[in-house]
Design a protein around this ligand. Structure first.
Ligand code: AMP
Length: 186
């Protein structure tokens, strides 16, 4: 099972991604987590990524495509994977299609979690108080929302055209949302 999770910042994508990965016993590939690890390790990728992340902007497509290319050729993904936070732009989605083809892999579904923007901003400001993430300040949160609507939301149509899209209401109890996702996937 190879999945993509799409959704605006704060919709609970990461939480649901972990639950769905446990359920199907597949690997969770969160590009946000990978970039934060690179930053903690003070690697070259980390140094490049930090300046973009701290402004709430997207890290350049080539950087992400290189990371994903190497992760999807790793043998540990044989049982499947869930891409969380990737792709985030049309060029990333097109690049991903090339990577999949080269590795003889295909996507089974793209889950798009939806929610109202004001609710999301409120949730993120709350999370920012306890997460310690440098990009969870109110100003950067608004910027990340804008980036999502401008650069990432066109992927909903992209994957709808590919007949892979499953739109799921992301508002409700954690377990309720998980069940909605599982129902859509089965
Ligand atoms: P996330 O944890 O998914 O919210 O990602 C945190 C930040 O990492 C984002 O605001 C971006 O700056 C960067 N990032 C993560 N994934 C990507 C991606 N696929 N393309 C570009 N930037 C990304």
């Amino acid at each position: 099972m190879n999945l993509i999770f799409l959704g605006p910042p704060g919709v609970g994508k990461g939480t649901q991604a972990k639950l769905i990965c446990d359920y199907f016993d597949i690997i969770h590939l969160s590009t946000g987590d990978m970039l934060r690890t690179e930053i903690n390790n003070e690697s070259d990728i980390g140094k490049t990524a930090k300046s973009f992340i701290d402004q709430g902007a997207l890290v350049p497509d080539e950087v992400l495509l290189d990371i994903i290319d190497s992760r999807l050729s790793d043998s540990n993904i044989q049982n499947g994977y869930l891409l969380d936070g990737f792709p985030r732009t049309i060029p990333q989605a097109e690049g991903l299609n090339d990577i999949l083809k080269n590795n003889s892999q295909k996507l089974d579904a793209v889950v798009s979690l939806t929610a109202n923007e004001n609710e999301l901003i409120e949730r993120l400001i709350k999370r920012g108080r306890d997460s310690g993430r440098s990009d969870d300040t109110p100003e950067i949160i608004k910027q990340r929302q804008e980036v999502y609507w401008k650069q990432t939301s066109p992927l909903v149509n992209f994957y709808n055209d590919e007949k892979l899209l499953k739109e799921i209401d992301g508002i409700g109890e954690i377990n309720e949302i998980k069940n909605r996702i599982l129902e859509a996937l089965n």
